[in-house]
Design a protein around this ligand. Structure first.
Ligand SMILES: Nc1ncnc2c1ncn2[C@@H]1O[C@H](COP(=O)(O)OP(=O)(O)OP(=O)(O)O)[C@@H](O)[C@H]1O
Length: 258
């Protein structure tokens, strides 16, 4: 059964003072899909995430959410409220607060004023927090100060903070950077789990990780889509090795090609 698109980017152009960082990108993401965005440095991957979450304005083009709402001109908070969450590369958790308090804060951030002003969380909210804690593997760390967590745990907490908003689309920028092998594996499994209820777009440079956890991969180069397909298909495409090599990224090309 074919799934519905959750996001359809049409002819997106981003211009930074005359430099076209994105040059007419079409990108369609289906419900429940994990899509990896790869490509050499400067290809435009992060800029695409920035445009989708409203951090950067497109010069032209449309971004249809659920085929119904064009979000291209919406404000960041409106896009969050529609169900699109973005985790940036650097964690922005509160190190002096406990894991639980960080999740509590994430939940309150997304609520109306009357609710924010209520001091206590209700049983439904507590249940949601416990579910997220279990999902991100931090149930036994709930009372621990976030500053004492390992790097990987901090990243999972930040993902958990995004999950508190029950997003329909989650944008992850290099989620495994700086992680140990075990943490990478756990993160891949977490992304798979998340994708059961939410589509995920992952920008990633680690080709072993992409190979293990991807179904569909989109390769970007110089602000355009170069090709799309399974990792097997894209690594057979001679243009892919060429763009990595052309950028002097022999090590990337090697890892893409093997
Ligand atoms: N705010 C900005 N102003 C001007 N140029 C920018 C801005 N943000 C990004 N760029 C440029 O746009 C191009 C695309 O950058 P982007 O960060 O999207 O690439 P990327 O594929 O994510 O690269 P990397 O893998 O290195 O993170 C680059 O040439 C970058 O220098």
């Amino acid at each position: 059964m074919s799934r519905q698109p959750i996001l359809s980017c049409r002819n997106i152009v981003v211009d930074f003072d005359g430099f076209k960082a994105i040059q007419g990108v079409d990108l369609t993401i289906e419900e429940g899909e994990i899509r990896f965005l790869i490509g050499p440095n400067g290809a435009g991957k992060t800029t695409m995430l920035d445009v989708i979450c409203g951090k950067t304005r497109a010069l032209s083009g449309q971004i249809w959410f659920h085929n119904r709402i064009d979000i291209v001109k919406k404000q960041e908070h409106e896009i969050v409220n529609l169900g699109i969450a973005r985790k940036f590369q650097a964690p922005s958790i509160f190190l002096n607060l406990t894991v639980f308090e960080n999740l509590e804060l994430a939940m309150k951030q997304n609520r109306h004023l009357w609710a924010v002003l209520r001091a206590r969380i209700d049983s439904g909210q507590r249940k949601r927090m416990m579910e997220v804690l279990a999902q991100i593997g931090l149930a036994d760390q709930a009372e621990r100060k976030a500053g004492l967590l390992s790097h990987g745990q901090k990243q999972w907490l930040e993902i958990g903070m995004q999950l508190m908003q029950e997003p329909k689309l989650l944008l992850l920028d290099e989620p495994i950077a700086g992680m140990t092998g075990t943490e990478r594996e756990r993160t891949g499994e977490l992304i798979r789990e998340i994708a059961q209820t939410c589509s995920v777009i992952v920008v990633e440079h680690d080709m072993d990780f992409v190979r293990t956890f991807s179904k569909q991969v989109t390769v970007m180069h110089e602000g355009k889509i170069l090709c799309e397909g399974t990792m097997e298909q894209v690594q057979r495409d001679p243009r892919v090795a060429e763009v990595y090599l052309g950028k002097g990224k022999a090590e990337h090309a090697e890892s893409v090609a093997t």
